[in-house]
Design a protein around this ligand. Structure first.
Ligand code: CUA
Length: 154
């Protein structure tokens, strides 16, 4: 009699935990854009109003001065060079059309990961004039070491 109760209890907890796991998997499976990042179809990056002509855009009424749109693909960035006025607060938005790429601006703490399907953002102020070599720091294939762009703060 007692054994049946324990067996029943064991079965009950097993089923209970399977349900919990099932619910967890179901929910996370429906939230590909983790931690509030915006989703973008890698195939449609060129058609997206923001990314079809990547580069620096002046904005009004935001708590930053410019938006900088970056598109990465093996093995180059668009734009290939960008000029930013000294002291400008810039929201960088980046994505990739193929595999995971990096976006590391030498001499700063800007080090983004650009993932297919996601828009990565980082807001920063460019205070120091100079030329900042920006490189890919995620291994992306044979051209990885040549993948770079130049940020000029003037
Ligand atoms: Cu792109 Cu490494």
């Amino acid at each position: 009699k007692l054994e049946k109760i324990w067996l029943g209890l064991g079965m009950f907890s097993l089923v209970f935990f399977l349900i919990i796991i099932g619910i967890g998997a179901f929910h996370s499976g429906h939230q590909p854009a983790a931690s509030g990042r915006e989703y973008i179809d890698p195939e449609l990056v060129d058609k997206d109003a923001r990314f079809k002509e990547p580069g620096l855009k002046k904005v009004e009424g935001k708590d930053y001065d410019y938006e900088l749109y970056i598109v990465a693909q093996a093995f180059l960035y668009s734009p290939q060079e960008v000029e930013i006025p000294k002291g400008a607060k810039v929201k960088i938005s980046g994505t990739t059309k193929d595999v995971v790429h990096g976006f590391g601006v030498a001499g700063t703490n800007i080090n983004m990961m650009l993932e297919p399907g996601h828009i990565s953002t980082y807001t920063t102020t460019f205070d120091q004039p100079g030329e900042y070599l920006t490189v890919c720091n995620e291994y992306c294939g044979t051209g990885h070491t040549d993948m770079s762009t130049m940020i000029k703060v003037v």
